[in-house]
Design a protein around this ligand. Structure first.
Ligand code: COS
Length: 379
C-alpha cells in the first residue's frame, strides 16, 4: 500500500526493511530463545535515527512524522517482535510524554540521549494491584523539601533491565485514584531505585520485563513530569500513542506469518504437488491477507490522525484491537499451514505465535480497547 505513503516514508521503510533483513533477521531467533537483548542492533538503530523518528531535530530526533514511526515498528517487527517493542516502548512511552509534557529543561536534559538511543527508556504504570485499573496506583510520592520521595513497586516494565531513564506514575494524593496520581522522571542510578523480579515470558524474550522497586528513592523536585495530579491523563494520552506502536508490532508479526506461509506452501510437496495448490491453503492465505490489510488501514488512519493532531483515542484502540487479533489469527493459521513442522523450533512460526499473544495484552488488553471504543460511542 505504498501508494498511500510519501516518497520520504517509502524511502525510510525500504531502509528499515534492508537493515532488518541484514542485521536483525539472522540473529532474531537465537536471541529470543536465549533471552538475549540485542544491544548492538539497538545501538545501530540509534545511529540510523530509529530511536527518535518522530521528534524534532533540535532535540536530536530524526524530524519525521508519526506515520514513519509506525512503518518502522512494523518493518522491524516483521523480523523480530522483541526489537519492535524495545523501540516502541522507548519511543511511545518515554520519549513521547517527555516531549509532550516536559519542561524545556527536562527536554534538553533527557531527549538527546533518548532520541539517539544512547540511553534506553522505560515506562512504569502497572502495579500488582493496578493493571487495567491503572488509577489504583499504590506507589507513593511525597514532597520532602526539594525532593520527591518515592516508595512502592511497579511491575511489567518493558526495557526495565536496560533502561536508564524511567517515566513512572505514583500517587501524590492517596484516595483520589485517577485524580491523585502524578508522573515523574526517574534515573536508574538514583539511590533507592532497584530492579526486582525479571519476568520469564512466553514470547518477546529479547525484550526485558521487570519489576521496579522504589525504596525511599529521592528524586529532584523538578523531575515531576507535567502538572501535579495529572499523571493519569498523561498516562492515558501516552498510551493512546503507544497503542498504535503495539498495533504496528502486531502488523509486523502478521506479515511475517503470511510471508513465511506463502514460501512454505509453495515449497512443501504433498500428494506430488505444492500444498499451495490446495484450496484449503489458498483460502487461509487469502483470509490472512484481507485481515492484514484491514488492520493496516486502521493503523494507517490512527497514525494519520495523530500526525494531524486530531483526537485519536478511539481510532488507536480500534487499530490495536484489530491488529492484535489479526496477528494471533495469522499465527494460528501459519502453524496450521506448516503442519507438524510449525510446532517445532525449525521454523519461525512458533516464535510468531508466542510473540503475537502479548499484543492482545499489553498497553491495554483487548477488553480495555473494547471498553474505550464502546465508551466513546455510547458517551
Ligand atoms: N486521553 C485523555 N484523558 C483521558 C483519556 C485519554 N485517552 N482516557 C481517560 N482520560 C481522562 C478522563 O477524561 C478522566 O478525566 P477527569 O478526571 O477530568 O474526569 C480521567 O482520565 C479518568 O478517566 P476514566 O474515568 O475513564 O478512568 P477509568 O478509571 O474508568 O479508566 C480505562 C479508564 C479503563 C480506559 C483506563 O484505566 C485504561 O486505559 N486502563 C488500561 C491501562 C493500560 O493500558 N495498562 C497497560 C499499561 S502497559 S505500559
Amino acid at each position: 500500500m505504498d501508494y498511500l505513503l510519501t516518497e520520504e516514508q517509502i524511502m525510510l521503510k525500504d531502509m528499515v526493511s534492508k537493515f532488518s533483513k541484514e542485521k536483525i533477521a539472522p540473529v532474531a531467533s537465537d536471541n529470543e530463545k536465549n533471552h538475549r537483548y540485542p544491544a548492538d542492533i539497538i545501538a545501530e538503530a540509534g545511529e540510523l535515527g530509529l530511536m527518535g523518528i518522530a521528534y524534532p531535530t533540535e532535540y536530536g530526533g530524526a524530524g519525521m512524522d508519526f506515520m514513519s514511526y509506525f512503518l518502522t515498528v512494523e518493518e522491524v517487527s516483521r523480523w523480530c517482535a522483541s526489537t519492535g517493542v524495545i523501540i516502541s516502548a522507548h519511543s511511545s512511552l518515554v520519549c513521547d510524554p517527555i516531549f509532550r509534557f516536559g519542561t524545556e529543561e527536562q527536554k534538553m536534559k533527557y531527549l538527546p540521549d533518548l532520541l539517539s538511543g544512547k540511553k534506553i527508556g522505560s515506562f512504569s504504570l502497572t502495579e500488582a494491584g493496578a493493571g487495567s485499573d491503572s488509577g489504583a496506583t499504590k506507589t507513593t510520592a511525597v514532597l520532602d523539601g526539594d525532593e520527591w520521595v518515592l516508595n512502592g513497586s511497579k511491575i511489567f516494565a518493558t526495557n526495565g533491565k536496560e533502561a536508564e531513564i524511567f517515566v513512572l506514575v505514583a500517587s501524590t494524593a492517596p484516595g483520589q485514584k485517577t485524580r491523585g496520581v502524578s508522573a515523574f522522571i526517574v534515573e536508574s542510578n538514583t539511590p533507592g531505585y532497584s530492579i526486582g523480579k525479571v519476568e520469564k515470558k512466553m514470547g518477546i524474550r529479547s525484550s526485558s520485563t521487570t519489576e521496579i522497586i522504589l525504596d525511599n528513592c529521592r528524586i529532584p523536585k523538578e523531575n515531576l513530569l507535567g502538572e501535579l495530579n495529572k499523571g493519569f491523563k498523561i498516562s492515558m494520552i501516552t498510551l493512546d500513542g503507544g497503542r498504535i506502536g503495539i498495533a504496528s508490532q502486531a502488523l509486523g508479526i502478521a506479515r511475517a506469518c503470511i510471508e513465511d506461509s506463502i514460501k512454505y506452501a509453495n515449497e512443501r510437496q504433498q500428494f506430488d504437488v505444492p500444498i499451495s495448490s490446495f484450496q484449503a491453503i489458498q483460502w487461509m492465505i487469502a483470509d490472512m491477507w484481507v485481515e492484514y490489510e484491514s488492520a493496516w488501514l486502521l493503523v494507517y488512519r490512527a497514525s494519520l490522525l495523530k500526525d494531524k493532531k486530531v483526537n485519536y483515542s478511539r481510532e488507536a484502540a480500534m487499530a490495536k484491537l484489530k491488529a492484535s487479533e489479526v496477528a494471533m489469527d495469522c499465527a494460528r493459521k501459519a502453524i496450521q499451514i506448516h503442519g507438524g513442522y510449525g510446532f517445532t523450533e525449525d521454523f519461525n512460526v512458533e516464535r510468531y505465535y508466542r510473540d503475537a499473544k502479548i499484543t492482545e495484552l499489553y498497553e491495554g488488553t483487548s477488553e480495555i480497547q473494547r471498553m474505550v471504543i464502546a465508551r466513546s460511542l455510547l458517551g
